[in-house]
Design a protein around this ligand. Structure first.
Ligand SMILES: Cc1ncc(C[n+]2csc(CCOP(=O)(O)OP(=O)(O)O)c2C)c(N)n1
Ligand SMILES: [Mg+2]
Length: 589
């Protein structure tokens, strides 16, 4: 056994090296300061000094998306730690593996309202997979080992390790645990064979089955297996916002993204299915619409590694607890056996129906009447020119939905966004983290003018640390998604949604801030594009820059809306293909 005399802080850094951490995103401060001293000497761990702890947290998420390994962020006690709450909640909602390390006031001062004291374990209890308060130096190595194990196994998620300053300063003997003892934590990965065979039987018997693929398939690294299952069975596939890239967008069996802004075909497929095979998906309200009218005729097979998800929102007729990769691989075997025995589904009529919907209601958009730039056009061209090898990070709002709709994601890891929490400010720091995790890949943030203003200070981090991401700001001058709801549900009363980031009728012809000048102030290249004929050249110009981050202000139409749309709380049957335009579900007689 390896034991060595050192401080708690040294033991922390040694532990991070032990688990293979190569990057930490953080900001120092009093309580965590002892840890920053040995970090200064580490040859294995690069620390990236962020400008806001929220950025550190989202960067850790982006790193996790790019590498599949837990991202690591670090902050001091009190306000440093509370600034991590949003990214922790974000990672919790989207099952992103992440370890957050925070300094805490000295152990004897805990509970005294000491300077910069916050009960961060109490605060983050509901938004972390697990958290630890470490008061003794001797506990640091074991706790770090456990934290990484918990963050990265089972259903991944964020784990917070809060370490008292006195523990960092105390002497200890470094001892790496040989075995982890986590009573009650034993994620089931191997699915039950009987359940899987039952699912295969139902697939063969169904007339209108759908594979409803969620983010769990990406987390499990099960894209290959999914493709085999899809092609073997011939089932239509829908991929949720969190699963974009799990199944190639260009695959003929991909009928699109379901949900509030999904395709008519994908929403219709779920709604009219007689069998839904949910794989690592959680029947989120943005997918189901009004739950009691969701997919009324469907039997449900629900596979998830987290037993708490199964039958949470919709009763599962066949529950399967297990890792999606193992579940799908076992399903492939079961389906092959069925097919060998002559049991095979016939979905021809079903495909006729879905193909009709696909042909009648493709994704599309209207050109603005005033000659201004269509945001959808910008995003579509970015996807086409930059291509499927790049990684794209979206903010939250209209631009996020257009990024989901108009870029074709062909491979896992090509799209990251804040799906469950809808955290504005996610894109820039997530793109930063992804670029650090996978420096050889082009990384584009598709951001909104509102979102960008929440975390754009991380452009300084990108410039100083040589992290050349591209940021396409889809500048509609507004909190566009909120404005869309005001247009549709509040009679066009635009209360507090005009940001004045681009000139709009009736307001001063000002841009506050001017994003190109802001970019330059941050040591980035700033470009602007306002006309459709300049879009391609601007994207190419940005691509040609490889020694600095680039920000493009795409000044776009203020009134463009995201379609299709299922209004919040209504049935998916009421999907609008465009404003006041409901699709015809059945044959036109
Ligand atoms: C932190 C946070 N605050 C508020 C919201 C509510 N919200 C959702 S979308 C949106 C507008 C985003 O504006 P912008 O970034 O410009 O994107 P757009 O919809 O215009 O593309 C707002 C305010 C949110 N999701 N997150
Ligand atoms: Mg906007």
């Amino acid at each position: 056994m390896m034991t060595e005399q050192m401080t708690g802080a040294q033991s922390l850094i040694r532990s991070l090296e032990h688990v293979g951490v190569d990057v930490v995103f953080g900001i120092p401060g009093g309580a965590i300061l002892p840890a920053y001293d040995p970090l200064y000497d580490s040859e294995k761990v690069r620390h990236i000094l962020m400008r806001h702890e929220q950025g550190a947290g989202h960067a850790a998420e982006g790193y996790a998306y790019a590498t599949g390994r837990p991202g690591v962020c670090m902050a001091t006690s009190g306000p440093g730690a509370t600034n991590l709450v949003t990214p922790l909640a974000d990672a919790h909602m989207d099952s992103v593996p992440m370890v957050a390390i925070t300094g805490q006031v000295a152990a004897p001062a805990i509970g005294t309202d000491a300077f910069q004291e916050a009960d961060i374990c109490g605060i983050t209890m509901p938004v972390t997979k697990h958290n630890f308060l470490v008061r003794e130096a001797d506990d640091i190595a074991r706790t770090i080992a456990e934290a990484f194990h918990i963050a990265s196994t089972g259903r991944p998620g964020p784990v917070l390790v809060d370490i008292a300053k006195s523990a960092l300063q105390a002497d200890t003997r470094f001892e790496w645990p040989q075995r982890l003892d986590l009573p009650g934590y034993r994620p089931v990965t191997k699915p039950h064979g009987k359940q899987v065979r039952e699912a295969a039987r139902m697939i063969a018997e169904a007339k209108r089955p759908v594979l409803y693929v969620g983010g769990g398939v990406l987390k499990a690294g099960a894209s290959q297996e999914l493709r085999v299952l899809a092609e073997l069975t011939g089932l239509p596939v829908v991929t949720t916002l969190m699963a974009l890239g799990a199944f190639p967008a260009s695959h003929p069996q991909n009928v699109g993204m379901p949900g509030m802004h999904g395709t008519v075909a994908a929403v219709g497929a779920l709604q009219r299915a007689d069998l839904i095979v949910a794989l690592g998906a959680r029947f989120d309200d943005r997918v189901t619409g009004r739950l009691d009218s969701f997919a009324p005729d469907a039997k449900i097979v629900h596979a998830d590694i987290d037993p708490a998800e199964i039958s949470k929102n919709r009763h599962a007729d066949v529950p399967i607890v297990g890792d999606c990769r193992e579940v799908i691989a076992d399903m492939v075997v079961a389906v092959r056996n069925d097919q060998a025995a002559g049991r095979q589904g016939d979905y021809e009529a079903w495909w006729d129906q879905l193909n009709r919907l696909r042909a009648a209601y493709p994704l599309g958009y209207e050109q603005p009447g005033d000659g201004s730039l269509a945001p959808q056009h910008v995003i579509q061209r970015i996807g086409e020119i930059v291509g499927p090898d790049a990684a794209y990070a979206a903010g939250v709002g209209q631009h996020q939905m257009w990024a989901a709709q108009f870029i074709n994601y062909e491979r896992p890891g090509s799209f990251m966004n804040s799906g469950g929490a809808g955290t504005m400010g996610f894109a820039v720091p997530a793109a930063l983290g992804a670029k650090v995790g996978d420096p050889g890949r082009a990384v584009w943030a598709i951001d909104g003018d509102g979102c960008f203003q929440m975390t754009n200070q991380e452009l300084a981090t990108c410039a100083v640390e040589n992290i050349p991401i591209k940021v396409a700001v889809i500048n509609n001058g507004n909190l566009g998604m909120v404005r869309q709801w005001q247009t549709l549900f509040y009679e066009g009363r635009y209360s507090n949604t005009n940001l004045q980031t681009s000139p709009s009728p009736g307001t001063e012809k000002v841009r506050i801030p001017d994003f190109t000048r802001l970019a330059e102030a941050y040591g980035c290249v700033g470009l602007r594009c306002e006309r459709a004929e300049d879009v391609d050249a601007t994207i190419e110009k940005a691509m040609a820059v490889d020694d600095a981050p680039v920000v493009i202000d795409f000044t776009v139409n203020h009134d463009s809306m995201v379609w299709p749309m299922v209004a919040a709380g209504v049935s998916n049957d009421s999907i609008q293909y465009a404003r006041d335009m409901a699709p015809h579900w059945d044959d036109e007689e």
